[in-house]
Unconditional design. Structure first.
Length: 403
């Protein structure tokens, strides 16, 4: 376990084994690359002095190496370009797992009401129409109706799922999804792509999580997930309402306006219209040819400005800071810059969420249960929130605006 945690911390820090050895040497700690490799493989256990030095170099607490990870992530297939190698994939997963640990720890302390079913039961899918129905089922489960979805990220986070954004501009991959502790869905998206592409990737990964594809090879499964994504972002009824039941010609300017309204790219709108037989295949090819001639296949003429940045970790961190579960320094470690505009004194006795997940399990459970009892008392039936106890009737009126 110690070796696995050393390796995870190194990967999350984007350091090679040579980098670690050099950083240790700068601190006058001697360790060879072979010795570090042996530690990571579990061939031997480092002495406490070495562990402390490794913790300093890798930016973690020493206890991180000794505690059993509190999350188990079962990743599905990584969708990426051929040049996105195994090391970069592993780093994205490791960074995501670190964020997931913190999110779940804070959620457990601050939201003690328990987990609800995030996604509807998985559907058996073998045909394109099955994918349409699976997408409609998710919209119904989340009470989204058939209107444009303002933020797919928010829809996932509000339902209890987790969205992690890769912070590196070099991490331009298509998508990654999986299950945390077998029940919480997680989707990882690239921060280096446009908002409309990010929305489609999120919806595509939801398709993998919601559909049980049988008797299909990888390419067929991807096609079904693409159909799910398009149907989730723009339902069949919405597409027909926007374009009509049957069209002989569609203007590209019309598709540009629809992109900005629904967050679905112009090219995806062409495919959506053809899939639903609103336009025929020959007209779809004509539209794609026209877009190519104008250089719009790579960069479309209009951009969609959405709200697809994950906010749950930031929200939980700010709330934990306000309720005294973390200090400013610890909040900064989770999200750099988050306390920049704060001026009040930090709460006393706050706990680092990373420390929570790394302390002995019995102690962590005791602290989490205590936090849950405090939070539950604030919201119990018939009880008032202590934060409002100082307000009286006069505080609800602004005398300066009375006539």
């Amino acid at each position: 376990m110690v070796g696995d945690r050393i390796r995870q911390a190194r990967i999350a820090s984007a350091m090679t084994q040579d980098d670690v050895v050099d950083s240790l040497a700068a601190r006058k700690v001697r360790l060879t690359k072979g010795g570090l490799s042996k530690y990571e493989r579990g061939g031997s256990v480092p002495k406490p002095t070495i562990l402390r030095a490794l913790a300093e170099v890798l930016g973690v607490e020493t206890s991180y190496f000794l505690d059993e990870p509190s999350v188990d992530v079962q990743w599905l297939a990584f969708r990426k370009a051929s040049g996105f190698g195994a090391k970069r994939q592993e780093r994205v997963k490791t960074l995501a797992e670190g964020q997931i640990e913190v999110i779940l720890s804070l959620r457990f302390a601050l939201e003690p009401t328990g987990m609800r079913q995030v996604l509807p039961p998985r559907r058996n899918v073998g045909e394109l129409q099955d994918a349409e129905e699976a997408a409609n089922s998710l919209r119904k489960h989340w009470h989204l109706g058939d209107q444009p979805i303002e933020s797919v990220t928010t829809a996932i986070e509000d339902s209890g799922g987790i969205v992690v954004e890769s912070g590196s501009d070099e991490d331009a991959f298509d998508g990654l999804s999986g299950w945390v502790n077998e029940k919480v869905p997680v989707v990882v998206v690239s921060g280096a792509v446009s908002d409309d592409r990010r929305r489609f990737s999120l919806a595509h990964e939801l398709g993998h999580l919601c559909m049980d594809v049988y008797d299909a090879h990888a390419r067929a499964e991807e096609k079904l997930a693409h159909r799910f994504a398009a149907a989730f972002l723009v339902t069949a009824s919405t597409a027909r309402r926007e374009l009509g039941e049957r069209r002989r010609h569609v203007d590209l300017r019309e598709l540009a306006m629809l992109k900005q309204k629904h967050g679905l790219s112009m090219q995806a709108w062409i495919l959506r219209a053809a899939d639903l037989s609103i336009i025929d295949e020959s007209h779809a090819r004509t539209l794609f040819t026209e877009m190519s001639s104008r250089g719009w296949r790579r960069v479309e003429p209009v951009e969609y400005e959405g709200q697809e940045r994950p906010q749950k970790l930031r929200q939980l961190t700010v709330r934990a800071l306000a309720e005294g579960l973390v200090t400013r320094k610890q909040a900064e470690r989770i999200i750099p810059g988050i306390t920049r505009d704060l001026t009040e004194d930090e709460p006393a006795g706050a706990l680092d969420p990373r420390s929570l997940v790394r302390m002995p399990r019995a102690e962590r459970d005791r602290l989490m249960e205590e936090a849950a009892r405090v939070a539950a008392g604030e919201y119990e039936d018939g009880g008032g929130l202590s934060g409002f106890e100082s307000l009286d009737e006069e505080d609800h009126f602004d005398k300066s605006v009375e006539g």
